[in-house]
Design a protein around this ligand. Structure first.
Ligand SMILES: Cc1ncc(COP(=O)(O)O)c(C=O)c1O
Length: 273
């Protein structure tokens, strides 16, 4: 956590930010958030993240008291005040204090700048293992703060030597707990089309290659894939080399995955200088 955050309509010391214990965020797990990275003092793909945050607020019936330009101004002030050359920004809008302790109310907006650590080099060079779990995130297209099942399951997937989960239902895969999921087959990058959060990293990765197929993906074809990877703001692109007891491809990060990672890094450079 960086020294200064935005809370209660102003920039304050992060350690002094508070929320009421009866806020729906706490008693019902109802709230939304978004998370973007800043590189070279510049928020990367900021408009995409603000689009998603503003849409999440609308879809969850939570009034957002600030417009896009005001949010950008707050982010700029936080960048200056924290001398934030790089790191993450977490925007959170809570469910608010509700008369009946249930209906969405007027929530509190927080913007927290954070120190950000990428996964270890070893994970990029060896790939990671996912544990397949039968689950679909509720209202998956909205970036809600409800990660209860994933937080709970994380103890189990760690015990099984996995880095994260691969969610599936009725034979179709959707995403990982905090990342989108892709496979590569016959040179084509394939990613599920529903029951997912529309990741900003996913969106940019899909623009880096012409051989793309966005469609339902079965768990059994995942086991037969040549390559697999996950994408997210905090990981960019991480190769997946094992799912449960199945090795993916030859068990090593694949050339298309690694090429896309390099291309994303170039895109990031172009957009942050
Ligand atoms: C459930 C879920 N899917 C996908 C993603 C990846 O989205 P993005 O690339 O915008 O970080 C996230 C990010 O937190 C997530 O929570």
């Amino acid at each position: 956590m960086k020294p200064f955050c935005f809370a209660d309509g102003e920039i304050i010391e992060s350690k002094n930010a508070t929320i009421h214990p009866m806020d729906l965020g706490l008693i019902r797990g109802y709230g939304i958030f978004d998370f973007f990275r800043s590189v070279n003092y510049k928020p990367l793909f900021l408009d995409h993240y603000l689009d998603r945050f503003i849409t999440s607020a609308e879809k969850t019936y939570l009034p957002l008291a600030y417009n896009r330009e005001e949010l950008k101004q707050i982010i700029k002030e936080l960048t200056d005040k924290n001398d934030m050359e790089q790191g993450g920004f977490r925007m959170v809008l809570s469910g608010g204090l509700s008369d009946n302790h249930f209906s969405p109310a007027k929530g509190k907006l927080f913007i927290f700048p954070e120190t950000l650590l990428f996964p270890s080099e070893e994970k990029y060079s060896n790939g990671i293992k996912l544990l397949s779990l039968d689950y679909v995130r509720p209202i998956a297209d909205i970036k809600t703060t409800n990660y209860a099942l994933s937080v709970w399951d994380s103890i189990r997937w760690k015990k099984e030597g996995a880095e994260d989960a691969l969610y599936h239902r009725d034979g179709f895969v959707s995403e990982s707990s905090r990342s989108n999921f892709f496979i590569v087959k016959e040179g084509k990058v394939i990613t599920p089309n529903k029951d997912i959060l529309l990741g900003i990293t996913r969106k940019h990765i899909l623009q880096l290659t012409e051989k793309v197929d966005i469609r339902p993906v079965t768990l059994s074809e995942v086991f037969e894939a040549e390559e697999a990877f996950i994408s997210s703001t905090t990981k960019i692109l991480l190769p997946v080399t094992q799912i449960d007891e199945h090795k993916i491809g030859n068990g090593k990060p694949g050339p298309i995955s690694l090429d896309l990672l390099e291309k994303f890094k170039l895109l990031e450079k172009e957009n942050s200088y």
